[in-house]
Ligand binder design. Structure first.
Ligand code: GDP
Ligand code: IMO
Ligand code: MG
Length: 425
């Protein structure tokens, strides 16, 4: 019955992993519904850091069934390496379930991703080069190879040959590269991945529905975020899946009727990795300070994240696109030492004030943020675990966000650790 979606409201890295882990305590199942190992979700438990890419963030709890849903694209080697890393650290991954309908990312997808980016030159997107776009492109072209294909050697080899008869033409004739031998690749994947993955491969849609029918709580964990969404993001500077709440239904195989809670995670400022428009971007010392204090370097690729002030125009849009019921604001502690905080409440587009995200993307490129300035609290929040301990200025900042977007803040994070958060009302 009750299903919660955790969705990023900005350009990723909002702290979805931390809140998924936190909420998982009260859930039975955590499902990743889209994306692949372009995601990097960091959990800090008793000072120990876990950086997850494919395995759902609930995995650290013994009672959780972690599920990789049909909407995810899976590099089987990366998944096995991650499961191995977790096992070596004492985490049982035996309960992990992997959808037979999920598509595989194979070496040629990663090669194509890098080649596309090189081909784009200055106009490159700044992808994670994990093969995400090419794998979803093959899925749409209907030449993708699925997890379930691994279970039938003949089918797997046939599908790989069919996919590569197309892709090898692109590799050799467009990019002047060597072709990939489908049989050699099949040998490698089957010999190294089939046996260890086989016990985990199931019909996850069936599994999720069984859990829902048994009145268990299911959490759908988003990767990436609203403005990286293929349909709703800042196209083409987006990822190739649908991180928004609608994508959660498709990527897990449930209808919207089952969803009763959509938690939008927003960082108390904004960051973005890779290229694309970013109205509140900071290229000054305030930006450097946010990056330094917030350690804004990619979990996955190590790239410096671009920093900016909090943007309520974007968040208002994210509220609508995802039907957000509540907000979690993360990394409030990163703003501890700022004297003045800026909240973008509207954009000025060629002399016209708008509180809505412009429909035409070229306007977003020209949007100049209109700020409301608020006083900082200049107090260490990292020990704060109760609402009453938050200084007046922090309430002022959170209440201003709520007032701008019309959705209540229910959780506030004050540090990376599992216990560093506040229930807010
Ligand atoms: P995700 O991709 O949305 O799961 O976010 P990431 O894990 O990529 O990035 C969030 C980073 O911020 C991680 O390193 C977290 O450990 C860290 N983090 C999460 N919440 C807080 C917080 O409230 N304060 C601080 N200082 N760090 C946080
Ligand atoms: P999490 O789940 C931040 C960005 C890349 C690039 C664009 C397309 O940790 O929030 P892709 O490799 O997906 O084709 O790259 O999307 N991107 C992310 N940025 N956090 C992520 O995931 C991201 N996953 C992809 O930087 O701009
Ligand atoms: Mg991340």
């Amino acid at each position: 019955m009750p299903t919660t979606i955790v969705v990023g409201t900005q350009w990723g890295d909002e702290g979805k992993g931390k809140f998924t882990d936190l909420l998982a305590k009260e859930m039975s199942m955590v499902v990743r519904y889209q994306g692949g190992h372009n995601a990097g979700h960091t959990l800090v438990v008793d000072g120990e850091v876990f950086a997850l890419q494919l395995v759902p963030s609930g995995v650290l709890y013994d009672h959780i069934v972690p599920v990789i849903g049909n909407g995810v694209v899976v590099d089987p080697f990366v998944l096995l390496a991650e499961m191995d890393m977790l096992s070596r650290r004492g985490i049982d991954t035996g309960r992990l379930r992997l959808s037979g309908n999920a598509h595989l990312i194979l070496n040629y997808h990663q090669q194509l991703d890098a080649l596309h980016e090189r081909h784009l030159g200055k106009s490159k997107l700044g992808t994670t080069k994990r093969g995400i776009g090419p794998a979803y492109a093959d899925k749409s072209l209907r030449i993708g190879v699925r997890v379930q294909d691994l279970l039938d050697e003949m089918i797997f080899r046939e599908k790989l040959r069919a996919a590569l008869s197309h892709t090898n033409k692109v590799l050799t004739k467009v990019y002047n590269r060597l072709p990939v031998d489908p049989d050699m690749l099949a040998d490698k994947v089957l010999s190294e991945c089939l046996e260890p993955l086989k016990p985990h491969i199931v019909d996850t849609t069936d599994l999720i529905h069984d859990a829902l029918e048994a009145d268990q709580h299911v959490l759908l964990e988003g990767a990436q975020a609203t403005f990286l969404d293929l349909d709703h993001g800042t196209y083409p500077f987006v990822t190739s899946s649908n991180p928004t709440a609608g994508g959660a239904c498709t990527g897990a195989g449930i209808g919207p009727r089952h969803v009763d809670r959509v938690l939008g995670v927003a960082k108390s400022y904004v960051t973005r990795v890779g290229a694309g428009p970013f109205p509140t971007e900071l290229t000054d010392s305030d930006g450097d300070k946010i990056v330094d204090i917030g350690r804004e370097y990619g979990t996955n690729t190590g790239r410096r994240r671009r920093p900016g002030w909090f943007d309520t125009v974007m968040l208002r849009h994210a509220v609508r696109v995802n039907s957000l019921t509540e907000l979690a604001i993360t990394k409030l502690d990163v703003l501890d030492s700022f004297e003045r905080l800026r909240l973008c409440v509207a954009y000025d587009i060629e002399g016209e004030r708008t509180e809505k995200l412009p429909y035409h993307q070229s306007e977003l490129h020209r949007a100049v943020p209109i700020y409301e300035d608020l006083p900082g609290w200049q107090t260490d929040l990292t020990e704060v675990t109760e609402q009453g301990q938050l200084p007046e200025e922090a309430h002022g900042y959170l209440r201003a966000i709520e007032a701008q977007v019309g959705v209540p803040v229910k959780l506030v994070s004050t540090g990376p650790g599992r216990s560093q958060y506040v229930h807010y009302s």
